[in-house]
Design a protein around this ligand. Sequence first.
Ligand code: NAD
Length: 446
Amino acid sequence: MKYVANLTCEPNLNILFMFMKYVVSADPFANATKQVNDACDILGIKDKGLREYLAMPNKMLRVKIPVKMDNGTIRIFTGFRSQHNNDRGPYKGGIRYFDPKGGVEYMEREVMALSSWMTWKCAIVDVPLGGGKGAIYVNPKTEKLSDGELERLTRGFAYKISEIIGPEKDIPAPDVYTTGREMTQIMDTFSKLNGNKHSPGVITGKPISMGGSLARNVATGLGTAYCVKEAAKVKKLNLKGAKVILQGFGNASTFAGEYLEKMGAKIVGVSDSKGSILISKSAKVEKILAHKQKKGTVVGFPGSKKVTTEELLTAKCDVLIPGALENQITADIAKKLQCKIIGEAANGPTLPEADPVIYKKNILVIPDILANSGGVCISYLEWVQNNMGYYWSFDEVAGKMEANITKGFKDAYSLSKQHKIDMRRATMTLAVERVVEAFNQKGIWP
Ligand code: NAD
């Protein structure tokens, strides 16, 4: 695994950036930093120190977590919490349990990058929170940890990060292979360490009975659908009868599909890990889900034909929702796209070299940090409800999330028109501008 050593925030180091082209995909934090620098270029921020301030995390904590395993041995795990930026509010971001191929050192860079993206995601939808991310290098699925081992690991990690988290400091949430159960254990550990002070606001993504929010389960897909609704307005596309293709058929994509259906759209193509299908007469998400539940895949759905991933992505439709994996839309695929709007429910589905091709074709991309920000919006609303001890209905929560996401879309869209840049760069530029504004208000102290 190669990294760009001593990550640069220099604006004009073209040679380094040429070098970075070859290593960017290997180092997510170099990628995140490049995006910050691109936004700084557009904003005319030349100060190297400010660029570095915006790129680097404020704090990166690496901890050792000893756990007594069921067989009596002791195993040492490594955990991280990256606190990227809190100029606009407490750090916010998930905790994942995973074992990326690059190992522990790669995970450190990944967590730093993910915490940076959280800063921009919160800023674009204007929730008063900053960016954070945490992780433990472990794969609870393949390693088959018992419930007891997992709980001791989770509570051990919560203990190690307890000094830097808190409802007014840093509010974690679930991520890859963590659920409401782990969130409850972290909340309980934190509360007990703080003299039994009930602290539901220390973490979000909790079960409803533990102070979780209604609408959290559908939040990401619902947020994507709200974004598409706004994009359709500016593209003068009537969503009634609009044809939608969903890549992936999991949490983010199925709820995006269901809510777009409620707005009048029709699902004409879907995929999952076993294959892709195009449906000649369109079908309801509910029916495809029922088929998947019975057969274990969307493939074979009555009235559909199996196609390749490329055929799915490039089929004629109005709205394409890449909602599964990273790096799906290459420059080559971009040339063949036939949609009018792309709503990136997944993180990083489009390769950087595809963006200019898509922009030239006048396809409107709703970039991931905006299109899948419904989750963090509702996490924010969960935290607000916890802090005031009063809970809203589903419609109240969804309505507040819609207001934030719609405003984020409109702000980014008008910036993209003003600067004649694509929505990805507009979104990032706006987010960076908002953080810089907060930083300038506070200044540097001590
Ligand atoms: P999920 O596990 O619920 O669903 C993933 C889907 O992708 C599954 O249907 C799986 O079959 C499908 N898939 C896997 N490999 C595939 C392949 N090769 N081709 C086509 N489909 C394939 O996951 P999710 O929570 O829906 O997350 C999906 C994406 O959305 C990820 O990029 C995630 O980071 C992003 N996201 C999710 C949330 C959320 O709240 N769920 C929030 C923000 C971003």
